[in-house]
Design a protein around this ligand. Structure first.
Ligand SMILES: Cc1cc2nc3c(=O)[nH]c(=O)nc-3n(C[C@H](O)[C@H](O)[C@H](O)COP(=O)(O)OP(=O)(O)OC[C@H]3O[C@@H](n4cnc5c(N)ncnc54)[C@H](O)[C@@H]3O)c2cc1C
Length: 411
């Protein structure tokens, strides 16, 4: 952290002091309920209420939206969100619940939205007064996102939306959605338009949200059906037919490669629990019984833990190259690598944790006998979603190969 401090501009240094002082003076009360491992697994209003209040307080203290213009509800600062992220993480604060809004909707609205949309929607997004979700994927449009079929039909100054979205994280709580819809069936890439859509106001009428239950029993994501939802043309983001280009801004930020630094997704629950962090395996091995000793007494296991820590540390150090301009000739190189590698390390760390726990890893996370509250096993199951969300790791490899390394296109 001192290294980060030494790189600070005068504005960042002053802002870092503000963040530290505020975070020290304002400890969070303990959560009244078990928190999920990430924002896209929030399923109870009690979890949401606690995290929502945390985001509200952090925004009021200036730690969110720091680099956005004041007129849009931001702090009007320069390169300060990164500082706030570092300090919130250092203080062990939980993740911010409106992560799809902060991470994807806000930068897209800021860069492509009308002034009215920017000034009315962004302050409420930052403060978590409104929760946002992302309506891109459909049953036939995941990796091939340009195949979206949800249709937006123009009727004068209004649009009528019909269609079916799927895997829509947080839609069961969302007030607003960023929507990629088809507006012209005769043109694939130039036939899409991007909107911001108020979904909660029309729930049970033109909008139906149906939660999907995951293998963990959690309801992180949903299906969303539009049945003649009418919205004004004011909610269009970008030009008619330019939705694909606008969506690229969303996807770049979703993959950590966009121009706006977004609040980090952070970690839920007890900040001292090192779930899904390879270092956490050390404590786990020390406390897990094995043949009259502990798992940490097994040299082969110790070696495997070290291999994972080396991979994890390598990836973290690799991410620091993002600060070296000569290594950033392609903006997607380091963020895409980081998402790919870290999602696989996380999966491998959880798998090794379950091996260390042995049969005890089969207790559900709600079971009082589950070691570490069952978080490692839960993390293992959720880790598969991380290798799929934001574009599957196969697609990330294609992008890295074709766009970053310039290799021949896959068929
Ligand atoms: C936890 C989670 C949260 C999500 N949240 C949201 C959300 O909030 N909003 C939203 O819009 N979407 C969301 N998604 C959806 C996600 O973006 C899609 O699942 C993802 O893009 C993959 O699409 P698909 O599921 O249709 O799989 P498909 O595209 O059908 O892919 C199936 C398999 O084929 C492989 N494949 C496909 N094409 C290629 C290719 N060209 N080369 C090599 N392999 C290929 C894929 O890698 C995958 O293994 C979420 C997904 C998850 C898991």
């Amino acid at each position: 952290m001192s290294e980060e401090r030494s790189r600070d501009t005068p504005e960042q240094a002053e802002f870092r002091s503000h963040c530290r002082a505020w975070l020290t003076a304002n400890p969070l009360p303990d959560a009244p309920v078990r928190l999920p491992q990430s924002a896209i697994e929030i399923m109870h209003t009690a979890q949401l209420d606690y995290l929502r209040e945390w985001q509200r307080l952090a925004y009021a203290a200036g730690l969110i939206g720091c680099d956005y213009p004041v007129a849009e509800g931001g702090g009007g600062r320069k390169d300060c969100q990164i500082v706030a992220n570092q300090e919130m993480q250092r203080a062990g604060r939980p993740f911010l619940p409106n992560i799809l809004g902060l991470g994807m909707a806000a930068p897209t609205i800021h860069l492509h939205g009308t002034q009215t949309v920017r000034e009315t929607l962004l302050p409420r997004l930052f403060s978590c007064a409104d929760i946002w979700c992302q309506g891109f994927s459909e049953p036939g449009a995941g990796s091939d996102l340009a195949n979206v079929q949800t249709f937006a039909e123009r009727r004068g100054e209004r649009w009528v939306i019909n269609g079916h979205k799927v895997w829509t994280s947080l839609a069961h709580f969302a007030d607003w959605m960023i929507l990629l819809a088809r507006s012209d069936r005769t043109n694939k890439y130039e036939g899409m338009t991007y909107f911001v859509v108020p979904i909660k106001a029309e729930l049970g009428r033109a909008v139906t949200v149906r939660p999907l239950i995951k293998i963990t029993g959690e309801t992180g994501f949903n299906e969303v059906f539009f049945d003649g939802l009418e919205i004004p043309d004011d909610y269009r983001v970008g030009a008619v037919g330019q939705g694909w280009q606008v969506a690229q801004t969303t996807l770049l930020h979703e993959r950590g490669a966009g121009p706006m630094v977004t609040p980090s997704s952070g970690r839920g629950g007890d900040p001292d629990r090192q779930i899904a962090d390879a270092y956490g395996l050390i404590d786990l091995a020390r406390t897990s019984p094995r043949a009259g000793k502990t798992a940490a007494d097994d040299p082969v296991l110790r070696d495997r833990i070290m291999q994972l820590i080396i991979r994890q540390e390598g990836s973290r150090q690799g991410a620091r190259r993002a600060r070296v301009p000569a290594l950033c000739e392609h903006p997607q190189r380091i963020p895409l690598q980081a998402k790919l590698v870290m999602s696989e390390i996380r999966q491998d760390a959880c798998a090794l944790a379950m091996e260390i726990q042995g049969a005890a890893s089969s207790f559900a996370f709600s079971d009082a006998n589950a070691p570490d509250g069952g978080e490692w096993a839960l993390g293992y199951m959720n880790s598969y979603g991380v290798t799929i969300a934001a574009g599957t790791n196969e697609i990330q490899r294609n992008i890295l190969g074709e766009r970053v390394l310039g290799l021949a296109k896959s068929k």
